[in-house]
Ligand binder design. Structure first.
Ligand code: FRU
Length: 520
């Protein structure tokens, strides 16, 4: 146990003792020290991670009165999955986060599984206060006793409401609002307001497909339709549904996100999407073809924020930066898992097809320190860009002329002889994140390896934008067409950064390396 953590434990105990008289006895995470806090090995410095213990999916992402809310699947008693709560944090800018007390605790109906949140602007539910719309959280209750008893109706959809900006929630007395008809995997509601038909729409996963329900008031729900792919029998989880204007046109298409429990692009769990049309009741995919939203191994349950003001108009997303193959055994001690950076989606047309691109949000600029320009020109072999023991957080932005056969990329290394490589291969015409010798990996045979991200659309340049944190790398290649998110556990942080060109020469068109600051 290091000294920062000791301080945290002592403060947590003081705060626990001082709330013994309260009825809730919720931990007061506002007491967590901010100085030197988050200094443990591998602790992300500009990604969201819980103060301590286990976290999985992001939940209830909603914007209200200047705050981005991030709720998350949380088990406050252990660093492995257990009885689920909703942890809670808020941010003014999608970059800096303030931890708030746990928002939803398990109750007699079960654990609090994944779901979403909306602002009920017109108070259709009647759960608001005079002049103040309620924030409504919609989630799955998972009854562990029901599961043990072998019956199949143990997951159902429920709601909770808040009239104090998400600081406290009341569970709705009429829960569940959608009962289970006898289907084992029946969870993860995402709710949106459908303006054209003036009703609420809920989409949730039902084993290997999604179901849509509609409601006038968030309380009474009617089944509308289902969507699935006949040959896909994988488990679908955490759907999302939203309209997007196709870039450069006036056309609107609908995107249906799902997370898949196996056979991700590089193995294990991953987030995918379909593009099609939605009339308020039925989703019709253009092609029943699913695309990957991220080719890396570590972006699951990615969903988008509700209620982003029209004046902003962005479609903002964030995912859980792990993979169920090894999430529970990664080598962190006080906490487990972090979220991806917040991203902005855009939708683009390619021939008859539409594809999402994602790029990190512009707000991240506030983290930028000194910028080093990398001279353009012809490169071959290894060129050191930085080698500064005290600096481990970087943004790297490089554009090469697309090489016919060379590999162009970057190597991050430490003094332990570990290195992480991210590169484009001219021969394979793919991007790669190679974490084969990047750090600790003996906790799972599914972890180490070189993972590929294909690029379908030919460009003249290879454009790589990278964000390196203590235990993750995010590649946004070709203006967000190919995204790869991966976690790494180097024994000590990488301090050396080298540009590399192997199997030939390549021309660098532009490049910059920016030191980033910690958010804590
Ligand atoms: C996805 C998931 C969800 C479920 C939650 C439970 O990672 O399995 O389907 O609601 O995690 O923690």
């Amino acid at each position: 146990m290091n000294w920062q953590y000791c301080i945290f434990v002592v403060l947590a105990m003081i705060s626990f003792c001082s709330c013994q008289n309260n009825t809730t006895m919720e931990p007061n995470t506002a007491q967590i020290p901010t100085q030197n806090y988050y200094g443990e090995a591998h602790r992300p410095q500009f990604h969201f991670s819980p103060p301590s213990k286990w976290m999985n999916d992001p939940n209830g992402m909603v914007f209200y009165e200047g705050e981005y809310h991030l709720f998350y699947q949380y088990y406050p008693d252990s660093t492995v999955w257990g009885p689920m709560h909703w942890g809670h944090a808020v941010s003014p800018d999608l970059v800096h986060w303030e931890h708030l007390p746990i928002a939803l605790y398990p109750d007699s109906l079960g654990y609090i599984f994944s779901g979403s949140a909306v602002i009920d602007w017109k108070n259709t539910s009647g759960l608001g206060k005079e002049g103040q719309p309620p924030m409504i959280a919609l989630f799955t209750h998972h009854d562990p006793e029901g599961e043990k008893s072998g019956d199949s109706t143990y997951q159902y959809q429920s709601i909770a409401y808040s009239t104090d900006k998400g600081r406290t929630f009341n569970k709705y007395e009429g829960n569940p609002v959608i009962a289970n008809p006898g289907i084992k995997d029946f969870r993860d509601p995402k709710v949106i307001w459908h303006e054209e038909t003036k009703h609420w729409v809920m989409v949730f996963s039902v084993h290997d497909r999604v179901w849509f329900y509609t409601s006038p008031n968030l309380l009474n729900w009617t089944f509308a339709s289902e969507f699935g792919v006949p040959d896909d029998k994988r488990l679908w989880e955490c759907p999302d549904l939203f309209p997007m204007m196709v870039e450069g046109t006036e056309e609107t298409k609908w995107v249906l996100i799902i997370s898949l429990q196996k056979e991700g692009p590089n193995g294990g769990t991953a987030t995918a999407y379909f593009v099609g049309d939605f009339d308020g009741k039925n989703f019709i995919a253009d092609y029943k073809k699913q695309y990957w939203a991220d080719f890396g191994k570590d972006n699951y349950a990615m969903v988008t924020w509700s209620d982003i003001p029209q004046s902003d108009g962005r479609r903002l997303a964030l995912g859980w930066m792990s993979n169920w193959q090894y999430a529970q055994v990664v080598p962190t001690e006080q906490w487990r898992s972090a979220m991806t950076l917040s991203r902005k989606f855009t939708l683009h047309q390619y021939g008859e097809d539409y594809r999402l691109r994602s790029m990190p949000v512009e707000e991240l600029k506030v983290l930028e320190g000194p910028i080093q320009t990398i001279a353009s020109g012809s490169y071959s072999g290894f060129t050191t860009l930085a080698d500064q023991p005290g600096q481990h957080l970087y943004k790297l932005d490089v554009s090469f002329e697309r090489p016919a056969s060379a590999r162009v990329g970057v190597r991050f290394s430490n003094e332990e002889g570990e290195h992480l490589e991210v590169f484009y291969s001219g021969i394979a015409q793919q991007y790669y994140v190679d974490r084969s010798v990047a750090g600790q990996a003996d906790f799972s045979e599914d972890f180490a390896g070189s993972h590929a991200g294909p690029v379908d659309y030919k460009r003249e340049t290879v454009d790589m934008l990278l964000y390196l944190d203590h235990s993750s790398i995010e590649l946004f290649a070709d203006a967000g067409q190919c995204v790869m998110t991966e976690i790494v556990f180097p024994k000590t942080p990488y301090t050396k950064i080298e540009l590399f060109v192997s199997k030939g020469e390549a021309r660098l068109l532009q490049g910059s390396l920016t030191a980033l600051k910690s958010i804590w």
